[in-house]
Design a protein around this ligand. Structure first.
Ligand code: NAD
Ligand code: DAU
Length: 373
């Protein structure tokens, strides 16, 4: 049986990151009277410009702080009378975890534990604030399940964990801590494990924004290994929709898979983006003036930039999500098709050049250091 929860006062960790900011836009759109607090350390991946619209609202507050600061989290839960914590904050890039795992252990494991301790203290232990009407939603990834071979069944919630990178191992550890706080202390937790997201506001180190921006600048498109690794792509708003269902109707202590049913090889993704951009340049002459180094500005095809490079160490071959449980018990269904989602994403990057130029030029980092040191 599902348990209904009606969130009204949310604390969203990692709200200035890619999925966190899209979730906040989605939530305030769907629930315009809810009180939303975002807690974000504004690391390289956090961006205040992604929350510009939300920041003008009275019912939205951004707090610059670290999830490892348990006292701060307790204070926020109390002062804002939070009933629902949605936990996105993480170090999220697999390549970075290979070169420097420490930050992943600190934020993803220690940070998640800090949030759990604060939630237990305020929602279970303190007589003045304890309430059964609370929810801790933990946002996790399909990478905890490891790697699939072609023909293997997709990951289900019952698939054993087999994380392969420091990133996925740190997420797996955090999932286990969340589970333990339910079983041992009775904290009302729900975890969702989602496949690869794409859409607006994604930091340009990830495959899709990296490829779009490199094409516009006429730079090589690095394809790791043979380009045949497979990911299951989901438009970011559909992830937000899935999390909303989990929060409202998910059963405490349960985990839910969220996916797009859109398995694609990496080379297929890159070629799709090349074709879409070539067509955009053909239809709109102003693009050649804005991006004179892009191949289609010079009568060439964008796929001429494709460059095969050394593979990512330990590169997982295939991910695929079986979302049957989430579909059948919560009524989850992605609404965006892959084709429309890719077009929307591409058009967002074309229309929001100042957002990504500020990141590429270092202008945003300098501003952040000056104002938020
Ligand atoms: P992101 O890297 O874009 O954003 C992470 C955010 O967390 C940033 O705003 C950053 O400043 C903040 N942050 C980092 N360390 C912090 C700390 N110690 N305290 C407070 N804030 C901190 O990540 P994303 O792609 O938006 O991913 C969000 C969550 O979703 C992560 O937990 C990730 O594991 C999970 N996830 C991501 C995907 C995907 O495809 N991107 C898919 C499934 C699950
Ligand atoms: O599956 C969910 C995961 O998806 C999330 O948990 C992670 O936070 C998120 O970063 C993402 O991980 P991936 O490693 O799959 O995403 P990334 O965009 O880094 O890479 C996608 C695929 O493209 C992967 O097979 C590696 C490949 N790739 C990536 C880059 C950046 C390339 O071939 N070239 C590149 O330059």
């Amino acid at each position: 049986m599902t348990e209904h929860h009606k969130p009204e006062r949310l604390l969203v960790t990692g709200g200035a990151g890619f999925i966190g900011c899209n979730f906040i836009h989605y939530w305030l759109d769907q629930h315009p009277h809810d009180h939303v607090v975002a807690l974000d350390a504004l690391t390289y991946a956090g961006n205040l410009a992604s929350l510009e619209d939300a920041r003008s609202r009275d019912n939205f507050h951004l707090v610059h702080g670290d999830i490892c600061d348990t006292e701060l989290v307790e204070r926020l839960l109390r002062d804002h009378r939070i009933d629902t914590l949605v936990h996105f904050a993480a170090e999220s890039h697999v390549d970075r975890s290979i070169h420097g795992p420490d930050a992943f252990i600190e934020t993803n494991i220690v940070g998640t534990h800090s949030l759990l301790k604060a939630a237990k203290q305020v929602w279970l232990d303190d007589p003045g604030t304890a309430t059964a009407d609370h929810r801790f939603h933990h946002v996790s990834t399909d990478e905890v399940y490891g790697s699939l071979e072609p023909g293997d069944p997709a990951f289900a919630e019952t698939t054993p964990y087999a994380p392969n990178s420091p990133y996925s191992a740190s997420k797996a550890a955090s999932d286990h801590l969340v589970r333990a706080y339910h079983h041992t202390y009775g904290l009302n937790v729900v975890t969702s494990n989602c496949s690869n997201n794409y859409g607006p506001y994604q930091f340009p180190e990830k495959l899709i924004p990296l490829v779009i921006i490199n094409i516009l600048h006429g730079k090589p498109l690095p394809i790791y290994g043979d380009g045949m690794n497979i990911r299951d792509w989901l438009y970011v708003d559909d992830h937000a929709r899935g999390i909303e269902l989990c929060i409202q109707q998910g059963q405490v202590g349960e985990t839910y898979n969220i996916g797009g049913n859109e398995e694609r090889t990496n080379i297929d993704i890159v070629r799709t983006l090349c074709t879409l951009l070539d067509a955009r340049f053909q239809a709109d002459a102003s693009l050649a003036a804005r991006f004179p180094d892009a191949p289609p500005a010079n009568g060439q095809a964008s796929d001429s930039l494709i460059t095969y490079v050394k593979d990512r160490p330990g590169h997982d071959r295939r991910y695929a999500i079986d979302a049957t449980k989430t579909e059948q018990t919560l009524g989850y269904q992605p609404v965006e098709t892959f084709e429309r989602g890719m077009e929307k994403t591409l058009d967002w990057y074309l229309a929001n050049e100042p957002w990504w130029q500020a990141i590429l030029s270092g202008e945003y980092t300098q501003w952040l250091e000056k104002h938020y040191a």
